[in-house]
Design a protein around this ligand. Structure first.
Ligand code: UD1
Length: 338
């Protein structure tokens, strides 16, 4: 097995972070969570304890609190940081851009400073496919970037800040992981995504509708240039996504990789339409989840699918789980939290 590392996971109690924590521990690493619990349930660390059998040190702090981050890095002998903390609602980012620049860029800069001051040189950053400009074909990492909203711009800007920090030697090396559309939940049903308020994303909305919390799923447009007219996305099981982090961490820690910032797509390479997602989720539930076709949502594109080949080639990682598994696991979690 690879060397045991001590990893600080900012945002480690969130949807993706909590799954990353589970897979890091399964791979034999030690983890410390730093999270402000603004968008995470207070019992996530206890649930992670039940899944992993490990009592995971958890620091309730904001990543903008540089002093707390610096103390966490020193006290726990941290070898690498996975930075998942941040705000992620597109609509909110459009309405309150300064809040997003403060949280996502302010947080990223504070973290980089704390790492530099503590001599922790390895960073994995939770970026997004939202940095890419439109395109119908599977997108590789060289696809032109052109984020369409302030949230996406915070992801791209922090990638660029990280590039500058690595070039200047403030930190040693970094990887940005560009997530496509995470879905599903841990098969235990103990952790998953349960957004506060009305969800914007498709999967949580379908799951809440199946649980009777909404009358219908609104399908945003069926006149796109796609096989059935509804939007096509590259949904990736969150456990696959989490395992991609473990693979990226091994690559980041490998000897002979100084002063670089690499980017990798984490997606499956396979797109599914909104209608296919509804059909598959309905099959998992055993009944048809009600829906209606409504107008397109502003800012949506027809298709967004990854070319995941670089991650396969360099990291030796590929997504393995199916859309059926995403639906079954999401449903199991929804039943647990509902
Ligand atoms: C959205 C964000 C993206 C973010 C990603 C995280 C926008 C414009 N983009 O991507 O920045 O990184 O979430 O997962 O918000 N849909 C419906 N009905 C719904 C919800 C969604 O038909 O109630 C459709 C959408 O039109 C789209 C697909 O489902 O075709 C997926 O939507 P969503 O889950 O919101 O993800 P993205 O828009 O791809």
């Amino acid at each position: 097995m690879a060397k045991r590392l001590n990893v600080l996971a900012t945002g480690g109690a969130g949807f993706i972070g909590s799954h990353v924590v589970v897979e890091l521990i399964a791979a034999g690493h030690g983890v410390v969570i730093l999270d402000n619990f603004e968008n995470a349930a207070p019992d996530v660390p206890a649930r992670l304890g039940r899944i992993t059998g490990v009592d995971i040190p958890t620091i309730r702090a904001d990543v903008r609190d540089k002093e707390m981050v610096r103390r966490a890095l020193g006290r726990h002998g941290i070898d690498a940081v996975i930075h998942l903390a941040g705000k992620k609602a597109v609509g909110e980012a459009v309405a309150q851009p300064l809040l997003y620049y403060d949280a996502n860029l302010g947080g990223g800069v504070a973290l980089l400073e704390a790492m530099q001051e503590s001599g922790v040189g390895k960073l994995l950053f939770s970026s997004s496919a939202t940095v890419y400009g439109p395109g119908a074909a599977p997108m590789d990492e060289d696809h032109p970037v052109a984020p369409s909203n302030p949230y996406g711009r915070t992801k791209l800007m922090l990638e660029e800040i990280i590039t500058d920090a690595v070039a200047a030697g403030a930190i040693e090396s970094a990887i940005s992981l560009r997530y496509f559309n995470p879905a599903g939940a841990h098969p235990s049903g103990l952790i998953g995504e349960d957004p506060r308020g009305t969800p914007n994303n498709l999967f949580p909305f379908i799951a809440q509708t199946a649980a009777g919390r909404h009358a219908k799923v609104r399908v945003f447009g069926d006149d796109y240039d796609t096989p059935d007219g509804t939007g096509v996305r590259d949904y990736i099981h969150v456990v696959d996504l989490a395992r991609g982090h473990v693979a990226a961490l091994s690559h980041l820690m490998a000897a002979g990789m100084p002063q670089v910032h690499e980017r990798f797509n984490l997606g499956t390479g396979r797109g599914y339409s909104v209608k296919e997602a509804l059909t598959t989720f309905s099959r998992a539930c055993g009944f048809q989840v009600p829906y209606e076709i409504v107008a397109r949502r502003a800012g949506d594109v027809a298709t967004c699918v990854a070319c995941p080949d670089r991650a396969a080639r360099v990291l030796g990682w590929r997504a393995e789980m199916t859309l059926d598994q995403m639906c079954a696991d999401h449903l199991a979690f929804q039943r647990e939290v509902a």
